[in-house]
Design a binder for this molecule. Structure first.
Ligand SMILES: [Zn+2]
Length: 240
């Protein structure tokens, strides 16, 4: 069976909450979309509601040519919100994003999303969540949680910023389905006054590594999908 690879992008302000800039959207994201489109690969772009309002043309491009998903309203920590507040923010984010496309996938900022809130996602029409991560202790693989399909992230975004010869062996070892996480700000050079994980390996080099990653998996015969496409495939297999 061919490996399934999903390229997902959390579209947020630059390295939140450590920087206030928007260079990821101004300079990084258009180049990232160009690369994917050049390879005829569709990515999943999980926008915060506020960033979609600030950069409507990018949200529209994601909705038309890729998959547009949700990354909260303003990059809030859902584990610190009441049920009511979590619901209000998710509903508002979904309402904003729905102006630009059909929104069915979600990832919580900082991978912080209490299990008891999955029901809110299902009620609001979300089908897929990718807020769990192996590097945050999730061991369950793909799972159904309260009417939402959990498709966990495979690795932290630092891995894809390592020198290519170091990261290659990780890609070889990852089990399908592989969910990569990127951020627009990784594709612009971030200032060194920030935390090291905010600037390490950022800049034009990250774009070259994204290309290398795509070529590596294409050569290996992998199938690229969006989170939504994976959901469709999963439902089909389930029905038999
Ligand atoms: Zn984020």
């Amino acid at each position: 069976m061919a490996k399934v690879v999903m390229l997902t992008f959390d579209v947020e302000e630059d390295c939140p909450p450590f920087a206030e800039t928007r260079r990821g959207m101004e300079e990084g994201l258009p180049k990232v979309m160009d690369v994917l489109e050049e390879f005829k690969i569709r990515g999943t772009f999980l926008f915060t509601g506020r960033i979609a309002e600030e950069f409507p043309e990018l949200a529209e491009r994601a909705g038309k040519k890729h998959e547009l998903g949700c990354h909260g309203l303003e990059h809030e920590r859902f584990d610190r919100l009441s049920h009511e507040e979590a619901r209000r923010r998710l509903a508002e984010a979904r309402e904003i994003l729905s102006r630009f496309g059909d929104v069915t996938s979600f990832r919580a900022p900082n991978f912080q999303f209490p299990d008891k809130y999955y029901r809110i996602l299902a009620d609001l029409g979300f089908k897929v969540d990718s807020s769990k991560a192996r590097h945050k202790g999730w061991r369950g693989g793909v799972a159904e949680i309260d009417g939402v399909l959990e498709v966990p992230a495979t690795t932290t975004s630092i891995v894809t910023r390592l020198p290519w010869r170091l990261q290659e062996r990780f890609h070889r070892g990852f089990e399908s389905p592989i969910v990569y996480i990127f951020h627009p700000w990784e594709f612009v050079r971030m200032p060194r006054r920030l935390r090291p994980d905010c600037w390490f390996g950022t800049g034009e080099g990250a774009l070259e590594k994204l290309r290398a990653l795509i070529e590596f998996h294409l050569e290996g015969g992998a199938r690229f999908m969006t989170l939504r496409e994976f959901y469709g495939k999963y439902q089909k297999l389930k029905r038999g």
